[in-house]
Design a protein around this ligand. Structure first.
Ligand SMILES: N[C@@H](CCC(=O)N[C@@H](CS)C(=O)NCC(=O)O)C(=O)O
Length: 288
């Protein structure tokens, strides 16, 4: 048993808690510095980073463009969360929660800000009438699985990933707790994908786009060191089939590289992808 901690009566922020992201964590909101966000010429301005949450929106834009929706042209700007870009006055004005991704939709008479990746996906899918079924069980399934992803990601990332990979010391209790929950979530997904091709049913939707970055990175062995072995990812065969199927899509292969330092840190035109080594645009393969 690890040394136990007796919490004081009132918590105070005396020292950083340690760990990989301790320097950007703080117990208050609001901007830390004045800086406007850059603006490009396209109707949509995306401010993001290619984390599993950030990738979702780049993937949707690239899927829309791959489907021939020319009005979905966008500028994507890199927000370096390690350097605190999410705390600039410009970013906080479009996302008071200071987290990527955030979107400025300038396609109408007044600019519209949208934050939270799930809200951005719904906003764009409704706007273009694609990747979100119009009604019935299919729409309910799509929104349910999208909200399932939004609700469960913090247990995988902030819970399992934090305590297994990022925390300054390893403690059995939180690693056990979040490993169990992460495996339970994979089992939920695996059972769903045993009877459905995609999360919402027969059709690929924004629910798949939201879930793929998270489950895909863990299943392939791209996240949190040796987590794929630790969590026996080989057990989730239906998830694996879906990860490879979705990962082979052109929109996904392109979108996952948007706002990535080793892909396209910024994206302003479809031709930006031409500068990349074609191997970077291949379907991501399991690393384990
Ligand atoms: N629920 C939010 C979560 C976004 C989120 O956690 N973003 C992380 C990167 S994946 C972030 O910006 N972290 C910066 C910080 O916490 O200061 C969403 O889905 O948009």
């Amino acid at each position: 048993m690890a040394d136990s901690y007796t919490p004081p009566r009132v918590w105070t922020w005396d020292a950083p808690s340690g760990g990989q992201f301790a320097h950007i964590n703080r117990p208050v909101a609001g901007p830390t510095h004045e800086r406007e966000l850059p603006l490009g010429s396209h109707p949509f301005q995306l401010y993001s980073l290619a984390t599993p949450n950030g990738q979702k929106v780049g993937i949707l834009f690239e899927e829309l463009l791959a489907a021939g929706v020319g009005d979905a042209e966008y500028d994507a700007w890199l927000i370096d969360i390690g350097k605190g870009d999410q705390f600039s006055s410009g970013f906080v004005a479009i996302n008071p929660n200071s987290k990527i991704p955030a979107l400025l939709d300038r396609s109408g008479p007044e600019p519209i800000r949208v934050f939270e990746s799930g809200a951005i996906l719904v906003h764009l899918a409704e706007k273009f009438g694609m990747f979100l079924p119009a009604g019935g069980q299919a729409r309910a399934e799509c929104l349910s699985w999208l909200m399932w992803q939004m609700g469960s990601a913090p247990f995988i990332g902030g819970g399992f990933g934090h305590f297994y990979a990022y925390a300054p010391e390893k403690f059995e209790y939180p690693i056990n707790r979040y490993a169990m929950e992460t495996k339970r979530l994979f089992d939920v997904a695996d059972r769903r994908l045993a009877t459905a091709r995609y999360f919402a049913g027969d059709d690929y939707t924004i629910a798949d786009m939201a879930i793929w970055g998270w489950l895909g990175a863990l299943w392939r062995g791209d996240a949190y060191g040796d987590a794929a072995t630790f969590l026996s990812m080989h057990e989730y065969e239906n998830v694996g089939r879906w990860v490879m199927d979705v990962g082979a899509r052109e929109g996904v292969r392109r979108g996952r590289l948007v706002n990535s330092r080793d892909g396209l840190p910024e994206r302003h035109a479809a031709s930006d992808f031409d500068a990349l080594d074609p191997a970077r645009l291949a379907t991501p393969q399991p690393q384990r």
